[in-house]
Design a protein around this ligand. Structure first.
Ligand code: AMP
Length: 356
């Protein structure tokens, strides 16, 4: 039987960036308190959470105090050190669980997991040195992409190999980190599914969104995505299959490439996802509330889309447009409270709403 977390309980959030901030807001709307754990000073989530611990991920005393002060633990990013999780898991339940982290922290493990589920990924190979890269290039061909197995985000830790002559430089770009080579997928566009799974195994997916990246950073997500009814069903079934296989609790993002031969899974994010921000103004219950409901053992909410939305990230100098956007009808601003505007830094987003 599912035991749901009583109102007034405290949710521990690892990571104090914008995702942690928006999770805290959603949690407080449901009457929960939040305690954020973040090594950096003045985290965006700290402005809205009940409590903040500023400490490193290897500070065992701080981790113990944090774990002992919360009723459930969640996180806004997947690269949490294993040793920190080992300490925390004895103090409070962690949702999503360790298996989701294990799989998504390492691109090689993730690809193998997806293929074992019968899902299609880009062709890939484990790269440990120049020899294994040569062998993989002979098999997979060019163009292809070399990616670090761990700690990649927003296109970082990636090098494109357009011809075999690029291989040496690409390997040097990995700076000795374990890597995988991925065949380049000739996709028409990219979509993602934001899916939620509750403690008792119910799965609910938001309408897939169509994503446009530049320089490896998400720029816009548009709903509805360009998908046939069959592709839309496939996308949702793929996300549900992944969530069920991981016995997942919470919200996850699944990024997919759309190709004439079908959908190819790019990667899984075991957390709320930038491409799900449109749900804040397109659904009665958004991805942040859905995540809090799931990890609190509550029933999932109504995630039906009630409007067409274009979510646009406000990156760096895009912040100069805020006064204009604030005057624009059907435009919902979400700003992250970051003091310093830097090129490439996500400062906020805006949801352009087209009512159905
Ligand atoms: P990732 O960090 O793996 O999500 O990659 C960032 C972006 O690079 C993706 O959203 C795609 O636009 C592009 N990309 C990554 N892997 C591939 C691939 N195997 N084939 C084509 N494009 C890719």
């Amino acid at each position: 039987m599912t035991v749901s977390l009583p109102i007034g309980s405290t949710i521990g959030i690892i990571g104090g960036g914008q995702l942690g901030r928006m999770l805290s807001v959603a949690a407080s709307r449901l009457g929960f308190r939040c305690h954020v754990y973040e090594p950096g000073a003045t985290p965006p989530a700290g402005q809205v959470a009940d409590q903040v611990t500023t400490a490193a991920y290897d500070d065992e005393d701080a981790l113990r105090a944090f774990g002992g002060s919360v009723d459930v633990i969640t996180y806004e990013f997947e690269n949490i050190p294993t040793a920190a999780l080992d300490i925390l898991q004895n103090l409070a339940p962690i949702h999503p669980g360790r298996e989701a982290l294990r799989v998504s922290q390492d691109r090689l493990t993730e690809k193998a997991f997806l293929q074992e589920l019968g899902l299609t990924t880009a062709p890939y190979a484990d790269i440990t040195d120049a020899q294994s890269l040569d062998a993989a290039l002979a098999e997979i061909g060019t163009p292809s992409i070399l990616k670090t197995r761990r700690f990649g985000y927003d296109g970082k830790g990636q090098a494109r190999i357009m011809t075999p002559d690029d291989a040496t430089q690409a390997l040097a770009d990995m700076q000795g980190a374990p890597a995988i080579l991925e065949g380049f997928v000739d996709f028409s566009h990219e979509v993602s599914v934001i899916a939620a799974r509750s403690v008792d195994g119910a799965v609910s997916a938001f309408d897939p969104g169509e994503n446009v990246h530049s320089d490896g950073i998400l720029r816009t997500t548009t709903v509805p995505a360009r998908l046939t009814p069959g592709q839309r069903t496939d996308a949702v079934l793929i996300a549900a299959r992944i969530a069920n296989a991981l016995n997942y609790v919470g919200v996850m993002g699944v990024e997919l490439f759309v190709t004439p031969k079908g959908l190819i899974v790019n990667e899984i994010a075991p957390r709320v996802h930038n491409s799900g921000h449109w749900t804040q103004n397109g659904c009665a219950v958004d991805q942040f509330e859905q995540h809090i409901r799931a990890i609190a053992g509550w029933p999932l909410g109504d995630g039906q889309r009630h409007a067409d939305v274009v979510m646009e990230n406000l990156i760096g100098a895009d912040m100069d447009r805020v006064p204009e956007l604030a005057k624009t009808p059907d435009c919902a601003l979400h700003l992250y409270g970051k003091a310093d505007t830097k090129p490439g830094r996500k400062m906020g987003h805006v949801n352009h709403i087209k009512r159905a």
